[in-house]
Each structure stands twice: as C-alpha cells, then as structure tokens.
Design a protein around this ligand. Structure first.
Ligand SMILES: Cc1cc2nc3c(=O)[nH]c(=O)nc-3n(C[C@H](O)[C@H](O)[C@H](O)COP(=O)(O)OP(=O)(O)OC[C@H]3O[C@@H](n4cnc5c(N)ncnc54)[C@H](O)[C@@H]3O)c2cc1C
Ligand code: SF4
Ligand code: SF4
Length: 619
C-alpha cells in the first residue's frame, strides 16, 4: 500500500508509467515545462536522454491540471518579468491578449470618505494631517519606493499568459498537458515519491463509488514535480508527510478577490497603468488596479489573515473599494467582465518546505517562492520552474537518477545561487510587523525595503485562528452584545452569514446594485466567474472534527467563503457545503477560528483537489 492518505478501500487501479509527472499548470510549471521543452532535443532532433518507460523515445512528460482548462487561475498581474524574459528573450507582448508594458505606477493611501471603517486613534490623527494634501480622498505618494517599483515590467492576465505558454510547451507533442484532471495525492513509498494518483470519478459526495465509478489512475514517475500553488492538496500532503524545515510554517495568508472590468469610454488611463492602494475600505485591506489594452482593467483587493476580525468577508469590501472616489472616477459606467478569488501564501521564504526529496521537487508559490516585500509571485514561480527545468536537463544528460542528493546538487543549488534567494532573504521578515497591526506593518515593511531586509519590526507570527477575535470584541463600542445576539439570531434563521448585517450596522452603505458593474455575489458567480462543477466527484471541502463546528461561535468559514459555498446550517451544527458554488479559492483552509485536533498548525477545514470552479481565462 503506497497511499498514506487514501480514504478509499484497496481497489484495482490502472497504472501508467511516465518519466516525469507534474501537478498543476501555473506559471511555475509553465517555467519548468518551457525550459525542459527547449532543451529536451539536440539541434539534430535526437533526444538528450532516452525514456525509461518507452525505450527509443524521448522522456515522457505529462502535466495534470485540476481546472477544466489551462488559464482558469486567478492573479493580478504586474511583474518585472525578469525570469520570464530570460527564458523567452524574444518575448512579444502583442502575442498575448491583455498584456502590456508598464507605463506608469502610483501608490495611494485612501482615506475613508464614509466614516465606516475601523481606524485606530493614531490613524485618525494621520488622516486629519494628510487630508489637506488629498485629492478625491486619496494621498498619492510622491515617489514609488524602489522595492515596489515594477517599471520596466509588464501587466497581463494570468489566464491569457498560461494559455499562451500552454500552447508553446505542447506545440511539438513532446510534452502533454491534461486539464480537468485533478491529482488526488502523491504515491509515497518508504519516503520516496513514486508518482501520483488521480482523483476518483463517478463517486457520491462522500467519495463512495456510485454510477459510472472510475477509480483514479496511478501515474508512476521517476520524478514528480509539484507546482500546485499555495494551497495544493499534494503540496500539503508532502508537508505533512515530511514535515517542514525547522522554524518554517505557512501561517500568513491573504485572499485576493478581483474584478476584470470593461472600462467606460470616459476613462483616460493608459494601458500599462499600475495603481496600488492601502487604507480603505479597512486599513488592513490593500488594493490593485492594472490597465490592460483595449480598455480592460484587472482590479481587486487582498484581505489578509492578520486582519483581526471574525467577519473577514471580501466580496462586499471589494465593492466598497471600487466605489471609493479615487477608484470610481475610472470605472463608473464600466461593466463586469470577469471575477475571481484565490488565496495567496504570504509566508514567503518562511513558508519554504523541503524543496526536494527522493523522486520529487517543489516549485512555485507552494515552494515558498513568493516575494512578500515586492508583492511578486508570478516571476518567482516561473524562475523556480525554470531552475528545475535546467536541473532536470542536467541530470537527464548525465544519466543520473532523481534522488534527493542529485536534485539538491542541481535544482536547490541553482535556486540558492540566484537573485530569487537573495531577494527572498531580504523579504523574509518584512511583513512581521503586520502581526501587530497596520501602522506597525507599514513601518516594518518600509524599514525592510529601504535597508535590504537588515531592519524590520518583529512580531510573533500567529496562526490565522489566533487572529480571530469574538464578534463582541471586534465590534466593542460600535455594536452592543445584545444587538450582535439579535443579528446572529436573525441571520441564523435565514441561513445567512452575519457580515452584511454587521457592516450595515456600523455604517457601510448598501451597495447600489446596477446589474452591470455592481452585481450581487451570486450574480458574480454566474456572470463573472462562470462557475461550474461537473457531477460525479466527492465534496472537496469537509470538516475535520464536526463537534468543534457544532459549538463554534465565529463561523468565519461562512463569512469568508468567496463563493458563498459554505453556508449556515438552518438546523444548527456543522456548516453546509455546496460543491457547485465553490471557486477553489482556498480561503476556508485558513479562515477557521479553531484548529484541527490532529494538527494544530491547520484549521478545522479539509480542502482537497477537485474539478470545477472558475470558467474564465481572463483572471
Ligand atoms: C488576486 C491575486 C493577485 C495577484 N497579483 C500578483 C501580481 O500582481 N504580481 C505577481 O507577481 N503575483 C501576483 N499574485 C501571486 C501569483 O498569482 C502567484 O504567486 C502565482 O500564480 C504562483 O504560481 P504557481 O504556478 O506557483 O501557482 P498557481 O498559479 O496557483 O498554479 C497552480 C496550479 O495548480 C493547479 N492545481 C492545484 N492543485 C492541483 C491538483 N491536486 N491537481 C492538479 N492541479 C492542481 C491549480 O488549479 C493551478 O492552476 C497574485 C495572486 C492573487 C491571488
Ligand atoms: S470550520 Fe472552523 S470556523 Fe467554521 S464552523 Fe467549523 S470551527 Fe467554526
Ligand atoms: S468553499 Fe470554496 S469558495 Fe468557499 S472559501 Fe473554500 S475554496 Fe473558497
């Protein structure tokens, strides 16, 4: 038995041997496959090595992507694109729809024009002092700190970019990429990764065989490349099996939620414009606004795990952010084109797992690649993939096996010697200050940024569950305990989350839905996200210990769910989960006010790989 985590009884499964199996197709695997494909054949057309499973053929490389097509992921993106340009020196952005060179950058601190946000006394004083220098309730920094600057760089849609890369790497047939094929788990035998098991099809919600049952195939591979992003099930399985390196953890998270907007004719922003915001709708929430060609903008917010509230909702906050006068001046009259949400791992290098082992290598955001000082993950993900691609070619040419030692000497060595490592070390502690609030966080980040990481503000990194106060504590002085009790009772009776009623109560105005740009969350799921979930798969969100949920007061999993897929159970007890509404954002994984008794580093929600989610390649 080589499946440590399988809930299924032992059943006969088909087996398929390949040389290299990849999990997930994001920019990290894009970088890996691109580099591999470029070097797999000598100029005379002979392969650099022979396949071990198909003698006479080049190495057999296959990549499995969970989403129903390539490019259904969610991101910003503004990036310097150093690693991407290194891999593709003749990169022509005109070939990629919605891509443009960065033309201008601004960072703005947004004041609260409504008076509903929760601001500390210190921040209120700062707001008063800044006010005379603001325009449309925003103070624009006179210059961009060098560590944030992305010029020269590019903006693009991650969906369009991944589709473009996917076409390039599969064009000559040496590499296969299979979307709509989630990997259930890694096959681990005696601490060696021997391939992957695909998800079972034709099962009921609990994963038990039903009509059309098709057990997931076992893909046996000498090398498994894990590029399944920040909250991939396979990466987490490896973290649990092998443990994290001493002192490393993945406790810092944010959910990024965004709109892609067709801008109105009146909007004068040039393609390549990059705007970053902080301070509104709550001080803890950061915003981004990138202008693509053809009057399209990608804009959204990040709601972090250190935002100490039990109502960590993103959708309504995103609408209030959009309606801030400084943003609204550009989007008023526009229409919603697409919508998306996804978690981002903000531990950076502190979240780096064991990068290699016998038979496997980790790349991308799940390998701790994201730079939390520069707010940059795409280029870093590509760089890690490309470094692994070079390492694998070196080992193939030398005829050496994919052991921990050999992967260490080739891939990890390249990574440690590169700019990626140097910059991630500078960024390592940059965000620690946010553990103690917005102002300390901003000062700490600025210190780290200006001193190359030598100075920063400390702060013990708490688990996300330790950042969840009670509703009564969070709303103290604004909503009484009796009013909260009434709101809770009324919402529970309707099976609704509490955040809307509580936000109304503290003065957030109702969103004037116009059916065009400002739409309900359910309409965003249908119109913008085009969310789908094919039948025949198990529920991929479950609760580890339901007795904890039954007595849980905060129910932050419901408040924070990006797709309203986790809802209040009208009969009380454990929340309900609707697979069809899940957008696979991973936010429930860290938005829980309790921990799993079996593993205090994780919350009480279990999130597995499955099909479905967004059907938009524009995010
Ligand atoms: C809203 C938002 C805005 C962002 N803005 C920026 C920005 O402006 N600039 C920047 O540089 N970075 C930005 N980032 C971060 C950046 O998007 C990520 O760092 C980057 O996408 C990581 O790439 P990756 O390949 O490691 O993982 P991902 O892009 O997450 O790709 C992983 C892939 O694996 C698939 N997968 C997961 N599990 C499985 C499985 N079991 N089986 C098969 N497939 C699986 C997923 O579906 C996904 O396609 C942003 C992130 C978000 C959420
Ligand atoms: S998953 Fe966590 S937050 Fe949600 S009800 Fe259970 S214990 Fe509470
Ligand atoms: S249930 Fe789905 S949509 Fe909701 S938070 Fe979890 S992953 Fe996101």
């Amino acid at each position: 038995m080589i499946t440590p985590d399988s809930a299924m009884p032992e059943i006969e499964r088909q087996k398929m041997p390949v040389d290299i199996a990849c999990v997930g197709f994001g920019p990290a695997t894009g970088g890996f496959l691109h580099t591999l494909q470029q070097g797999l054949m000598y100029p005379d057309g002979t392969p650099v090595a022979e396949s071990k499973v198909m003698p006479g053929m080049p190495p057999q490389v296959i990549c499995y992507e969970r989403a129903d097509d390539l490019g259904f992921g969610v991101s910003g993106v503004v990036t310097e694109g150093r690693a991407i340009r290194e891999s593709i020196p003749d990169l022509d952005l005109a070939e990629i729809p919605l891509a443009a060179e960065v033309t201008s950058e601004k960072v703005a601190y947004l004041l609260d024009p409504i008076g509903a946000s929760r601001r500390s006394g210190l921040l209120k004083v700062a707001d008063t002092l800044i006010k005379p220098f603001t325009k449309k309730h925003a103070f624009t920094l006179p210059w961009i700190p060098p560590f944030l600057r992305k010029e020269p760089g590019m903006v693009f849609s991650i969906g369009q970019f991944c589709q473009w890369v996917g076409q390039r790497v599969t064009a000559d047939g040496t590499i296969q990429v299979w979307p709509g094929t989630p990997v259930r788990e890694a096959l681990i035998d005696d601490d060696q990764v021997k391939g992957v098991r695909l998800i079972d099809q034709g099962v009921d919600a609990k994963g038990q065989p039903a009509a059309g049952f098709m057990p997931g195939m076992d893909i046996e591979a000498a090398l498994t490349v894990v590029g399944d992003g920040p909250f991939g099930a396979v990466g987490r399985q490896l973290d649990e099996h092998f443990g994290m390196p001493e002192g490393h953890h993945s406790r810092d998270w944010a959910v990024g939620m965004k709109f892609v907007i067709d801008l109105p004719e009146s909007c004068e922003l040039e393609p390549g414009t990059v705007l970053h915001t902080m301070g509104y709708p709550e001080p803890e929430i950061f915003g981004f606004f990138y202008v693509f060609p053809d009057r399209v903008a990608s804009c959204g917010i990040f709601v972090p795990s250190w935002f100490e509230t039990p109502t960590r909702t993103a959708y309504r906050y995103l609408q209030h952010w959009l309606m801030h006068p400084w943003i609204w001046q550009h989007v008023e009259g526009g229409s919603l084109r697409s919508w998306g949400a996804k978690s981002i791992a903000e531990s950076g290098r502190k979240g780096e797992p064991h990068l290699v082992g016998d038979g496997y290598a980790r790349i991308g955001e799940g390998s701790g690649g994201t730079n939390v000082l520069r707010n940059s993950g795409v280029d870093e993900a590509w760089a890690t993939g490309s470094q692994l691609g070079e390492a694998v070619l070196e080992l193939l040419k030398a005829g050496k096996p994919f052991t921990r030692e050999n992967l260490d000497a080739t891939y990890v060595r390249r990574r440690r010697e590169s700019w990626l490592e140097q910059e991630s070390l500078k960024a390592e502690n940059a965000r620690n200050g946010f553990q103690k609030g917005f102002v300390r966080g901003i000062i700490g980040t600025a210190l780290a940024g200006m001193t190359g990481g030598r100075l920063h503000l400390g702060g013990e990194i708490k688990k996300p569950s330790e950042h969840v106060p009670t509703l009564e504590d969070y709303y103290r002085g604004r909503v009484s305990a009796e009013e909260i009790a009434e709101i809770r009772k009324a919402c529970e009776a309707k099976g609704a989350g509490l955040h809307d009623a509580l936000m109304d109560k503290v003065g957030w105005p109702e969103i004037p839905l116009d059916g065009k740009l400002l739409v309900s969350q359910q309409d965003a799921l249908l119109i913008g996200g085009k969310v789908q979930a094919p039948p025949g798969y198990a529920d991929h969100v479950t609760f580890h210990d339901t007795t904890i949920c039954e007595t849980c007061e905060e129910r932050i999993c419901i408040e924070a769910c990006s797709g309203q897929a986790i809802t209040m159970n009208p009969e009380g007890g454990t929340p309900l989960f609707e697979r069809e509404k899940c957008v696979h954002c991973g936010a429930c994984l860290w938005n829980c006010s309790h921990t799993d008794p079996a593993n205090p580093e994780r919350g009480n929600v279990n999130f597995q790989a499955s099909t479905g989610g967004f059907h938009s390649a524009e995010n």
